[in-house]
Design a protein around this ligand. Structure first.
Ligand SMILES: Cc1ncc(COP(=O)(O)O)c(C=O)c1O
Length: 440
């Protein structure tokens, strides 16, 4: 048996099945935009460990910073003793993401934890309980985050969920329906205003939480007019606007923050994934007057802002600045969009090309009918890509989207090579008569 096959067997025996496994891919090491599996097979990485590796795998300076910090201080707990890397990282986040006049930050370990803490801050700051979230949202797998997460298959049997969470339709713009951004924005803002009359009173809404480009939800991009309207409604009613930048942040969309595309500043924002260059670290950044309303002891945790993870994040951010990763994302995004548009023009099953910056996706539907999602087709394409040396992952509530989250340090030639593999795999599964029928 191959080394990979052996490890997968061991995993099946030892690791419970609730921890999902997208494929039989194994990995023993990684560099830049390439993984090496347990049988020494190189695999081009278009997944980035689910959007974590914007700075690339095992960046030399990030690894050096981790090694140096590990020799100095592995753990203290910020609640027990103050250490420099925690404070320095908060200072850096405040500099990158000013939320009005005075900004403050706090650190935890995962995206879900950042979300949990942001909600706790919003509730304490407003003295209100209600939270409005959206269809297609993904905010993580802890109780409050999972409650706000939309896709039902992530939630099976996990209830009861947290109370006082209200869900509205995400402002989806779909070309095949002839949707116009402005009209979608106006319709969904009216719906929100109506919900504040017929679903939850404004005096009970602490926060509205939104991904500007939905990650797990399938790279749906919120219209600018909607987000501006949301900001106005929040201001009018004293509601805290939380933008979840966990997947969009740190260069993925061609800006440090996706909200920079919108000309809107949130009250609170949440960060994780690519911030740590591969180590688990996350943050809530926000207006100081809101952040400071949380009582001492209500936020954080034993490991939050671990010194080694902080050193990794500081080195990662420095590297992103030096390498100019936002510009790289714009370049890569333009290239991916061009290739995707070409694919869409000749493959009827591709019913949408969407995204922002390098956060790009293709949507697949049966026989080009966008009301009939094609998750099996997506699975087949992804599996063929893997056979040909490319890892790419799905998205979307219906699982019918292929999303690109390649490290932003990927070379132009590797990006093109990966796109060639993806295109050829799409062709394999969409032009052969055996696959022309409906999903089975
Ligand atoms: C937008 C968004 N928020 C929150 C999370 C949760 O992050 P984590 O898996 O680190 O808890 C994710 C993870 O995919 C995400 O994409």
């Amino acid at each position: 048996m191959s080394n990979s096959g052996d490890l997968i067997r061991r995993r099946e025996r030892a690791v419970c099945s609730g921890v999902s496994r997208m494929s039989d891919l194994t990995v023993s090491s990684a560099q830049g935009a390439e993984l090496t599996d347990l049988d020494r097979r190189p695999i081009l990485d278009f997944a980035g460990g689910i959007g974590v590796m914007n700075v690339g795998h095992c960046d030399e300076e990030v690894v050096r910073a981790i090694r140096e910090q590990a020799g100095e201080l592995l753990h203290a707990s910020i609640h027990v003793a103050t250490y420099e890397p925690y404070v320095a990282l908060c200072e850096k986040l405040i500099e990158l993401f000013p939320h009005g006049d005075r900004t403050k930050a706090m650190l935890v370990n995962t995206g879900a934890e950042a979300i949990e803490n942001a909600i706790k801050i919003a509730r304490q700051a407003t003295g209100r309980a209600g939270v409005i979230c959206f269809t297609g949202a993904f905010h993580g797998r802890t109780l409050m985050a999972l409650t706000m997460t939309s896709k039902v298959s992530y939630k099976i049997g996990c209830g009861p969920f947290a109370p006082e969470v209200y869900r509205l339709p995400y402002p989806l713009v779909r070309q095949h329906r002839g949707d116009r951004e402005q009209e979608v924005a106006e319709r969904e803002l009216s719906r929100l205003r109506a919900a504040l009359n017929d679903t939850v009173e404004t005096g009970n809404v602490a926060a509205i939480i939104l991904e500007l480009v939905q990650g797990e939800g399938g790279f749906n991009v919120a219209p600018k007019a909607y987000v501006r309207g949301l900001r106005e409604i929040c201001d009018e009613h004293g509601i805290v606007l939380i933008i979840d930048e966990v997947q969009t942040g740190f260069g993925r969309t061609g800006r440090w923050a996706a909200y920079e595309h919108y000309g809107v500043t949130p009250d609170l924002s949440t960060w994780a994934k690519s911030m740590g260059g591969g180590l688990p670290i996350s943050a809530v950044v926000g207006k100081a007057e809101i952040m400071d309303r949380a009582s001492p002891g209500t936020l954080g945790g034993t490991y939050g802002g671990n010194p080694v993870a902080c050193a990794a994040a500081l080195a990662t951010i420095r590297r992103m600045e030096t390498l100019g990763l936002n510009a790289s994302a714009e370049r890569a995004g333009a290239r991916i969009r061009e290739r995707f548009d070409t694919i869409a023009s000749r493959v009827p099953e591709v019913t949408d090309v969407r995204g922002l910056g390098a956060m790009m996706a293709l949507e697949f539907s049966q026989q080009g009918d966008a009301s009939r999602p094609a998750p099996s087709l997506v699975k087949n394409i992804i599996s063929t890509c893997l056979d040909r040396g490319l890892v790419v992952i799905p998205a979307g509530v219906d699982g019918n989207v292929i999303r690109i989250l390649a490290p932003l340090v990927i070379s132009e030639s590797d990006l093109d090579r990966g796109l060639d593999i993806l295109e050829a795999s799409i062709t394999t599964h969409t032009t052969q008569p055996a696959h022309a029928g409906s999903e089975g």
